[in-house]
Unconditional design. Structure first.
Length: 293
């Protein structure tokens, strides 16, 4: 059923939202999705929609909203439809060239900032490995204005999105480098610049062939899948990080909810100390960190 099904004279903000929620019932966030899409279309806030509940919706707006809901019903992420995603305290532009930032990833930002905030050393050096939209690097940047931050990605299209976000936020202390993993550092940094106080990474960690990938079909596969067990990129990040960390520097990585034990083993094999795994708000093991001796 179309959200434009009610007669034009009877189509109010409230009735159209109700119809949209029905069409999006398979989404766990149907009500939120419907509200975000309509608020975006009308150029208002979700909260304002409640006050407009009995107001009629123009026919042109009905047709446009129906098109947006149709895209969402087909599985396209809301962030791609509206062109942005809120992350930390930031509103970030997102496109199909980058993974949609998730709330769970804020755990890395919170943990990393907490590690660096009490440091007596001014101007900590931070690396965001596989930055995508720039979410992690830029969230850290707005909280730690004296930090020197390097953000890397293998995708030039993703880096274009990240650079655009940095520009719109007025962030100038993040350097963006293109390359595969730590290889991105070589052309952009002198040998004496290659040691970091903190490395953060949300690498691909879904196993190839995982049935949940069908739910993520609109997002770039390069940012999602990582070999038959989902650990290929995590092995590369954890195994290569020690060579780029200062003494006492930290590595924090995001991983799948069932990968905590395997990732802790990777940290131990790489010689990290104070290895710890933290849980997200849903109670799942989501991020693991360790300190370089």
């Amino acid at each position: 059923m179309s959200v434009a099904a009610p007669a034009a004279a009877a189509a109010t903000v409230g009735s159209v939202l109700a119809a949209a929620q029905g069409r999006l019932a398979s989404s766990p966030s149907a009500a939120l999705d419907a509200e975000v899409l309509l608020a975006h279309l009308l150029g208002t806030s979700r909260g304002a929609l409640r006050a407009l509940s009995r107001d009629p919706l123009p026919v042109a707006a009905l047709a446009a909203y129906d098109a947006l809901v149709t895209r969402r019903a087909a599985g396209e992420p809301v962030a791609y439809i509206v062109g942005y995603r809120d992350f930390w305290s930031l509103r970030l532009t997102v496109t199909p060239d980058v993974l949609v930032p998730r709330p769970e990833t804020e755990l890395l930002v919170e943990w990393g900032i907490a590690l660096l905030s009490p440091r007596p050393k001014p101007g900590p050096r931070v690396m965001d490995l596989g930055t995508g939209s720039g979410a992690i690097a830029l969230a850290v940047a707005v909280e730690l204005r004296d930090a020197s931050i390097v953000a890397t990605d293998i995708s030039s299209a993703a880096l274009a999105v990240a650079r655009g976000n940095a520009s719109s936020l007025g962030v100038t202390h993040v350097s963006f480098l293109q390359g595969n993993g730590f290889e991105a550092l070589e052309p952009g940094l002198r040998p004496d610049e290659g040691r970091f106080d903190l490395i953060l990474s949300n690498p691909p960690y879904i196993a190839e062939g995982d049935p949940h990938l069908s739910d993520l079909a609109f997002e770039p596969a390069i940012a999602l899948t990582s070999g038959p067990d989902g650990l290929r990129e995590l092995r590369a990040v954890v195994g290569g990080a020690r060579a780029h960390l200062a003494t006492g520097g930290w590595l924090l990585v995001e991983h799948g909810h069932d990968q905590g034990a395997a990732v802790r083993a990777l940290f131990a094999q790489a010689g990290f100390e104070a290895i710890e795994t933290r849980r997200d708000l849903a109670g799942h093991e989501r991020a693991t960190g360790g300190r370089a001796p």
